[in-house]
Ligand binder design. Structure first.
Ligand code: F0G
Length: 362
């Protein structure tokens, strides 16, 4: 853990370069959430809020490395398929690096904030009449034909940067409590983060910085309407089967073919973790719970807390566990979802009397 500075590049000794195309990223808060902790009933609950990165999601950690590689290679057109956040991060980091970006989005299924970011950061945006998985098929074809440089999490350099989520969590948790967390709960879409965290832990064990028995249990959460990883775990750790029909309010993880599953499933299994599916109603309620602790996240992010609640009430997670939940994206990414889950604005006439009448005197 001995690095200098803050954020992703503090961990440069674990990364392929000394520096990247940077905005800069990482160094996100590890919030306490005391009411939620008590309500869910675990020993410790901390929320690693990745929505506090420069473009509002963890994707920035991968892009700082991935776009640096693209620069090194001298490619000029960067591309990704995206449920939104990857496209926002690619557009911003591509712009920073002075390169053209092309993003393929599933039409009608990307939250407004994310498209706005891609647009303003000068990405060329193609809205494909299909879901995320078909967008990724197309971008992979384009990359194989040499037309674009692929910056989805299939690109291993992205995952190198995302390893730093795990490094930061362990370092900060150890500094606060003098021990490591028992479990890290995270939302799963393409399973890139799950794979990246597992790689970070393996490297720490190999270098002697982490005892194998202290490796946190990787615990993945998917939406019920898009849960091929959960299905694979429940079917005895089989390979994932592609779901052609997917649906969830958590559009960031509306994914039927998690391309990093071969790297992520062993991570969940070897760390004695598990995977669980949650309903959209459970996601919304967790999003509200977090917001009422002052932590504003998008729906996919709240899946981690919804999953923890479920696993705790099913007795899979014990009351004595130290848990970190990862929240992957910021509330402002998906304003429509926030309006749906939050309070209705109340119209009122233009006078103090009218306002007081409306709210009632204390
Ligand atoms: N949470 C958010 C907010 C995301 O945007 C994503 C993935 C995930 C979780 C899942 O992470 O793929 O590492 O398991 N979003 C991608 C995108 C697919 O295009 O923005 P994963």
């Amino acid at each position: 853990f001995e690095g200098q500075g803050r954020g992703v590049w503090r961990y440069r000794s674990a990364l392929p370069f000394e520096e990247g195309v940077s905005l800069p990223e990482g160094g996100t808060p590890l919030h306490e959430a005391p009411r939620l902790r008590e309500d869910i009933d675990v020993n410790t609950l901390r929320i690693k809020h990745e929505g506090m990165n420069p473009t509002g999601s963890f994707k920035d950690r991968g892009m700082t490395v991935g776009v640096r590689v693209a620069k090194e290679l001298g490619v000029d057109r960067l591309a990704c398929a995206s449920t939104g956040n990857t496209s926002a991060a690619l557009a911003a980091y591509g712009a920073r690096g002075g390169m053209q970006t092309l993003v393929l989005l599933p039409s009608g299924k990307v939250a407004a904030g994310k498209i706005a970011q891609a647009a303003l950061h000068d990405a060329r945006i193609l809205e494909v009449d299909g879901n995320f998985d078909s967008c990724l098929d197309i971008v992979q074809d384009l990359a194989e034909r040499g037309e674009v440089y692929l910056l989805n999490s299939l690109n291993p350099f992205r995952l190198e940067g995302q390893k730093t989520i795990g490094l930061e969590i362990l370092e900060e948790f150890r500094d606060d409590y003098d021990r490591f967390p028992d479990r890290i709960v995270l939302p799963v879409g393409n399973a890139g983060n799950t794979a990246a965290l597992y790689k970070a832990f393996r490297e720490l064990v190999q270098s002697g910085s982490l005892d194998p028995e202290n490796v946190p249990k990787l615990t993945g959460v998917q939406a019920e309407g898009a849960a091929p990883m959960v299905e694979a775990v429940e079917n005895g750790w089989e390979d994932t089967e592609r779901w052609d029909e997917v649906e969830t309010r958590a559009t960031a993880i509306r994914i039927g073919n998690p391309v990093n599953a071969p790297k992520a499933l062993p991570g969940i299994r070897q760390t004695n973790g598990t995977a669980v599916a949650v309903s959209d109603a459970e996601i919304t309620s967790a999003q509200r719970d977090l917001a009422r602790e002052g932590i504003g996240v998008e729906p996919a992010s709240a899946a981690s807390v919804a999953g923890l609640r479920k696993l705790r009430s099913d007795g899979v997670v014990d009351a004595d566990e130290d848990v970190v939940c990862l929240t992957t994206g910021h509330l402002l990414k998906d304003p429509d979802a926030a309006f749906e889950a939050g309070n209705e604005p109340e119209p009122v006439a233009n006078s103090t009397e009218a306002v007081l009448d409306h709210i009632g005197s204390t």
